[in-house]
Design a protein around this ligand. Structure first.
Ligand code: ADP
Ligand code: MG
Length: 229
C-alpha cells in the first residue's frame, strides 16, 4: 500500500503569457517508512513535486493520493486538515512568523493541534537541544541566522510527529556539521518511529544518506533506485 501514490501527474504553470511545464507524466509510489530523496538540478521540478505531495498545489493532470486523501478531489478545508494532521513541512524559505519567538514558532503546529502547554514545551525543548539550539528559544526570528531559522522550521515540522515529513532542500542553509546532525536525526526518527521522509536536495553528500533516490530532470523521472525500506 502506498502512502503517496502519484499517477501520471503533470503540472503546468500558466501566468497568461507563458506556460511552463514543471512536471511531466510522473508516476511513483512511496511506501510508509521510506527515506527518499528527490534529487536533480535547479529547475528540475523538486519543489513542485513536494508541493503537490503536501496538497499545497494541485496537478494539472493526473491523480495523487497521500495518506488516503485524494488531493486533486479534496476541498480546501479537507486539504488544510490533511496538512495539519498528517504532514510536517520544511520549506526552503523557513516561513517563520516574525512576531513570534523561536519556541512559539516551533510549537505553533502543536498549538493548532490542541497539545497541552507542558507537552509542547517538552517536545520543543528536546528538539532545540538536539539541533544545537538550546538557549535560543526566546529569540525572535530576525535575531537568528539563516541556518538557525532553518532549524526552528525543522523543529516545528518534527515536533508534531507527523507520519510524513516533506522537506524542500532542508540542508541548503546549514553548515556541514549541522547538515550531518539533521540527517542523522531524520534517519533516527525514520528508524525508531517509522516517520516517512521525502526531501529534496542537489547536494551529493545529502543524497547519499537517502535509502531511495529519485532523480528528476526537466520535470521527468530520470531514475529511481527503488531500494525502498
Ligand atoms: P526545483 O525545485 O527542482 O528547482 P521547481 O519545482 O521550483 O524546481 O521548478 C520547476 C520549473 O517550474 C522551473 O522551470 C521553474 O522555473 C518553474 N516554476 C516553479 N514554480 C513556478 C511558478 N509559481 N510559476 C511559474 N513557473 C514556476
Ligand atoms: Mg526547489
Amino acid at each position: 500500500m502506498g502512502l503517496i501514490i502519484m499517477h501520471k501527474i503533470s503540472k503546468v504553470y500558466d501566468n497568461g503569457r507563458q506556460r511552463i511545464k514543471a512536471v511531466s507524466d510522473l508516476s511513483l509510489t512511496i511506501k510508509p517508512g521510506e527515506f527518499t530523496v528527490l534529487a536533480g538540478p535547479s529547475g528540475s521540478g523538486k519543489s513542485t513535486v513536494l508541493n503537490l505531495m503536501g496538497g499545497l498545489d494541485l496537478p494539472t493532470e493526473g491523480s495523487i493520493s497521500v495518506a488516503g486523501y485524494r488531493i486533486e478531489q479534496a476541498s480546501s478545508r479537507t486539504l488544510s486538515d490533511f496538512r495539519l494532521e498528517s504532514i510536517g513541512f520544511i520549506f526552503q524559505s523557513f516561513n517563520l512568523l516574525p512576531v513570534l519567538t523561536a519556541a512559539e514558532n516551533a510549537e505553533y503546529v502543536l498549538l493548532l493541534q490542541g497539545v497541552d502547554k507542558a507537552e509542547r514545551k517538552k517536545r520543543v525543548d528536546e528538539l532545540f537541544y538536539e539541533l544545537g539550539m538550546d538557549g535560543l528559544q526566546k529569540r525572535m526570528p530576525c535575531d537568528l541566522s539563516g541556518g538557525q531559522q532553518q532549524r526552528v522550521a525543522i523543529i516545528r515540522a518534527l515536533a508534531s510527529k507527523p507520519e510524513l515529513i516533506l522537506a524542500d532542500e532542508p540542508t541548503a542553509s546549514l553548515d556541514s556539521k549541522t547538515s550531518e546532525s539533521l540527517l542523522k536525526l531524520m534517519s533516527r526518527l525514520n528508524e525508531t518511529s517509522g516517520t516517512t521522509f521525502v526531501f529534496s536536495s542537489h547536494d551529493p553528500r545529502v543524497i547519499d544518506h537517502a535509502k531511495r533516490r529519485i532523480m528528476l530532470e526537466d520535470g521527468c523521472l530520470k531514475s529511481d533506485s527503488k531500494e525502498c525500506i
